[in-house]
Design a protein around this ligand. Structure first.
Ligand code: SAM
Ligand code: SF4
Length: 328
């Protein structure tokens, strides 16, 4: 049985949040102080996550990405990686991290079977890093990138594109990526912050960033072989050295190609980052329910999936949970 929604979209991509906690405080995601995290007892155990992933794999899920909060805060994460990598049918396992703790964890994660990392870094400027994250961990992140490259990981860098802030970073990040063999992904600022700071006018849009890159590096070529269901629109530099991607959720929504499903750290299934409803599955996982019951709940959630978010419409209602609590 495949996970097909009422618009014919096949869901084979699962994002699992392993914690809602974080060690930094990016302003577009978390407030600086007073964040209320889920009590530990509400967070799914590795065994519960593994069980959910096994059932999802039986429904056609082929890709899993771990996220958070900051997933490297979860103790013994390589143990979970090993469990997920061993699930039949899971062809691709990846992780998104702010890399603050990566220097020490890169090798154990690689040895556990992880091969792909998306590292979140918006700027190569130490002062702007501190301004964005309200923490002084720039050197730790750079050490994390070095350690990940040395361990053999395939890396991408996620940069959140906020207008009137990130413009000076667009070209330097692309240059850094070209030099080090890392694709930079510019992610348009989305209305998922916990403080309601988002405004359409604060989004640095894909076309504007493309123009900056073109001016510096010459025309970029769309990557014809890119997966049409992937969220990023990808380009390569005309000289053949490196590539960049844009997650243009605001200026060019890609909902019609969406193949993603989410599991929050506290055991809710979400059919969209922006969904206002979610379905509990922790009750089934903790009640010893059979696989069929868990599978039915996943399938039913996918069937209810909406056509897409309405960020650009006056109808848009931000989701009740901010990014760190959903799992970005
Ligand atoms: N802590 C990890 C990290 O920062 O990569 C994983 C979780 S974080 C919520 C996942 C991704 O969400 C980050 O890489 C960041 O690029 C993105 N993100 C967070 N808040 C965002 C926002 N308001 N708009 C767009 N992207 C956002
Ligand atoms: Fe933490 Fe990631 Fe949110 Fe930044 S974007 S506050 S690193 S969860």
């Amino acid at each position: 049985m495949a996970l097909i929604d009422s618009f014919g979209r096949i869901h084979d991509n699962l994002r699992i949040s392993v914690t809602d906690r974080c060690n930094i405080r990016c302003f577009y995601c978390m407030p600086d102080e007073g964040v209320k995290f889920q009590p530990k007892g509400e967070i799914l155990s590795f065994e519960e996550i593994e069980r959910f992933a096994q059932v999802a794999a039986g429904l056609g899920v082929r890709k899993i990405r771990l996220t958070g909060g900051e997933p490297l805060l979860r103790r013994d994460l390589p143990v979970l990686i090993e469990k997920l990598a061993a699930i039949p049918g899971i062809a691709d396992l990846a992780l998104t991290t702010n890399a603050v703790l990566l220097a020490a964890q890169a090798r154990p994660l690689y040895d556990a079977g992880l091969r792909r990392l998306n590292i979140h870094l918006d700027t190569l400027d130490r002062a702007r890093f501190r301004q964005i994250t309200r923490r002084d961990d720039f050197d730790a992140v750079m050490a994390g990138i070095d350690a990940a490259l040395a361990a053999g990981f395939k890396l991408k860098i996620n940069a959140v594109a906020v207008k009137d802030l990130i413009e000076p970073d667009v070209v330097p990040l692309a240059r850094f990526g070209r030099e080090r063999g890392i694709e930079i992904r510019y992610i348009e600022f989305m209305p998922l912050d916990s403080q309601g700071l988002w405004l359409g006018g604060k989004v640095l849009r894909m076309d504007d960033m493309l123009a900056m890159l073109t001016q510096e590096f010459g025309p970029l070529e769309p990557r014809p072989e890119a997966d049409p269901r992937a969220p990023a629109t990808e380009f390569r530099f005309a000289d053949g050295v490196g590539r960049v991607g844009f997650v243009a959720s605001v200026s060019k929504p890609f909902c019609l190609n969406c193949n993603r499903l989410r599991l929050t750290a506290d055991g809710k299934i979400r059919y969209c980052l922006f969904a206002v409803e979610e379905t509990d599955v922790k009750d089934l996982l903790r009640a010893g329910a059979p696989d069929e019951a868990i599978a039915a709940r996943i399938a039913e959630t996918v069937r209810r999936k909406w056509i897409g978010h309405e960020i650009n419409s006056t109808q848009f209602v931000p989701p009740p949970r901010p990014m760190y609590s959903i799992g970005g």
